[in-house]
Design a protein around this ligand. Structure first.
Ligand SMILES: NC(=O)C[C@H](N)C(=O)O
Length: 346
């Protein structure tokens, strides 16, 4: 059987960093050299791969929607020439990038796996080698044709994942969906759908390849407000004064907010002006249900729409994706509540 060929887009992150006086910094060529010198990556069971090292390499805290676009364009340009794609990325904003890519690519028929590490690849006890080796192996042998995020033996759906743990190896979680796959002693498919032979054959036909669509994203002014006891309506009103096109309101529990008349008025006036306000729970697990309590249904009366069980990362990048298309307000609201790429449960 022909060896699979994987394209690795290396954007930066701890995985390729080196210790400096100011802490870890990305260093050109450092990771690529280390991978080339590590025998396991070149075993016969491993797929072939090429690494495109970005210039400059960045800490993912510096990522912007322009970088999401750059990664998406890079994959799009190489789409026909490779079987799968691995994006090496810092962990801090990895879940945002994975979510953004999931929306930008429509009709994906090859796997894209985003991964990185907590300890640099070249250091003792690094998780980088495991994460990259498994990502390459899984992309080649267990293809799940969507944007995934691989970390610490689990492949998550990209737009369901969050960075949940700042300094643990199990940095990522997918609170509202089980992982796509788990790589223990055996590799076990969980919620993922393996591309079967027929699908694989299909995707090598020209027609299927042409079906891939890349929708560009441009930076969008989106506000995020986290409710807390005593929050003033002026504060929310100030956020809405900005040229915001949408606001994510991180509400309590199943989507509740204080019954503060002034606060509710501010929200209602904003939705009437055509600012989309998404009701997204502060809780990590579970789903918004604005009909559950009076404190929730008053938000629905103010024109807020439900974010269901989306992560903040998915909601924010989905808003970027939809707002970039200049859709009418009603369509925007409708699509925000629809399941476009498996990002929410209905
Ligand atoms: N572990 C990491 O990769 C963290 C790093 N600050 C980054 O996001 O680029």
């Amino acid at each position: 059987m022909m060896k699979k060929n994987i394209y690795v887009a290396y954007t930066g992150g701890t995985i390729g960093m080196k210790q400096s006086d100011q802490g870890y910094i990305p260093v050109k060529g450092h990771l690529t050299d280390a991978i080339n010198r590590t025998p396991d990556f070149h075993r016969t069971e491993m797929p072939d791969f090429v690494i495109n090292e970005y210039e400059p390499l960045i800490d993912s805290s510096n990522m912007t929607p322009k970088d999401w676009q750059r990664i998406a364009d890079d994959i799009y340009q190489h789409y026909d020439d490779f079987d799968a794609f691995v994006v090496l990325h810092g962990t801090d904003t990895m879940a945002y990038t994975a979510s953004a890519l999931s929306f930008m690519f429509q009709h994906l028929s090859k796997p894209i796996i985003v991964t990185g590490s907590q300890i640099p690849f070249s250091q003792l006890r690094s998780d980088g080698q495991e994460n990259l080796l498994n990502s390459l192996f899984i992309a080649a042998n267990y293809p799940i044709n969507e944007v995934g995020l691989y970390f610490n033996n689990k492949l998550f759906r990209g737009n369901r994942s969050i960075k949940a743990y700042a300094d643990g190896f199990n940095a990522f979680d997918s609170p509202n969906m089980e992982p796509l796959l788990e790589a223990g002693i055996d590799i076990k498919i969980k919620a993922g759908r393996l591309a079967d032979e027929t699908t694989l054959a299909d995707t090598t036909t020209k027609e299927a390849r042409q079906a891939l669509k890349l929708v560009p994203i441009t930076p969008q002014p989106v506000g995020v407000v986290h409710l807390y006891p005593g929050i003033s309506h002026e504060l929310i009103s100030n956020v809405l004064q900005q040229p915001v096109k949408a606001l994510i309101l991180r509400s309590y529990g199943v989507g509740n907010a204080p019954q503060d008349e002034q606060l509710l008025r501010v929200l209602k006036q904003a939705t009437e002006k055509g600012i989309l306000i998404l009701n997204l729970s502060q809780c990590v697990k579970g789903k918004v249900n604005m009909g559950g309590y009076a404190t929730g249904s008053s938000l629905s009366q103010c024109g807020l729409i439900s974010g269901a069980d989306m992560t903040l990362e998915a909601a924010l990048t989905k808003l970027h994706f939809l707002l970039s298309q200049n859709l009418p307000y009603e369509t925007l609201c409708q699509l925000m509540q629809e399941n476009l790429r498996g990002e929410l449960s209905l």
